[in-house]
Design a protein around this ligand. Sequence first.
Ligand code: SAH
Length: 403
Amino acid sequence: MNTLPTVLLRPGEADRVLAGHPWVYAGAILRLTTPAADGDLVQVKDHRQRFLGVGFFNAKSKIHVRLLASERIEVDRRFFEQRLRAALAVRQRHLPGATSFRAVNAEADFLSGLIVDKYEDVLVVQTSALGMDQRKPMIFAALQEVFAPRAIVERNEMASRKFEGLPDANGVVAGEFSGRQPIRLNGLAFEADLLGGQKTGYYLDQQVNYRLVAECVPKLERAQVLDGFCFQGGFGLHAARAGAAHVHFLDQSEETIATAKRLAGANGLAGQCSFEAVNVFDWLKAQTTVAPNEKVVPRFDLIVLDPPSFTRSRAAVPDALRGYKEIHLRALKLLKPGGVLATFCCSHHVDARLFQEVILAAAFDARRVLRRVATYAQSPDHPVLPAIPETEYLKGFAFEVAR
Ligand code: SAH
């Protein structure tokens, strides 16, 4: 182990690592004692030569070292098996009974650069760091050992791979799989498009929130529900099952809306549901545009807004905030008194405080006073480690129209 190349940090750079953050940026490094190839395991020490941990080196990435452990470990198949089992135990503890979930979420599971989603008996793997990518055979073998899946699919076409000097790579790497994978979330049927869909095939991070938001439904009488940015209709179908009188689903993708419609049928909920393939911004605008002396007639008891991240970068934040404000203003106009707005923001660059400020600004313009009745976070298979702020991204609120 002492033969590992050593990365020495500049004075003052060790604290972040000691606090549990696994990234070492180029600027934090004083020098490398012996040359290391990209993807190699290195040891990291502070400027006084005190050992901090081991991790993968990559001079091509802005993140020069991704730390894996604070002890001197071997990175072999056994290491991956142990980390996978530890991650699985977190899911079993916090999402008992779930059969589809994110089994490994990178930094949040001490495996920077590795994501594994479990869709029933099929696993989907993403490696966004060179060190992980080079060890795929070892990782796949460890996954076989821990999960015994029917198939393993690789979905490696993320923009982040380019920063690591990695090419795209997609397809079935073990077992047999084609088409779509039926999955169950909280007892409802959905499907993951593992080879061609969004992300790794489904948005798994709302699994718990589907249930929590649906808990509002019995409190509202004969609830009229709107599911905006619905994807396969996760929120709306849970609301329908909870007894909503009617749910209207909106998504701009025709294909997605067709899937949501099919799933409403498969779940025996079609009678309460209607669907529209449309841009939510346009739809809300059309529904809330009235003549100067007319008023918008509020007609919904629950509106769910779960848009994609409008901000890829910090520079895009002002535009994103305008977008968030507009949809909230219009949604609030469509909510009956006592109605609930359940709203989510998955942008890293807009935190909960800023997100709530935007909603309040919209409420001010709509002349509504809101009562906050719930706060939401990403499901626990996307663990939040406050020592690593990047692990936290999804926040949500439920507001009742108090006045
Ligand atoms: N609520 C969903 C996830 C939503 S992801 C769930 O829980 O599974 C965001 C969705 O918004 C995607 O399906 C995307 O097709 C859709 N979308 C993005 N921009 C849109 C827009 N302007 N109008 C309508 N739908 C949009």
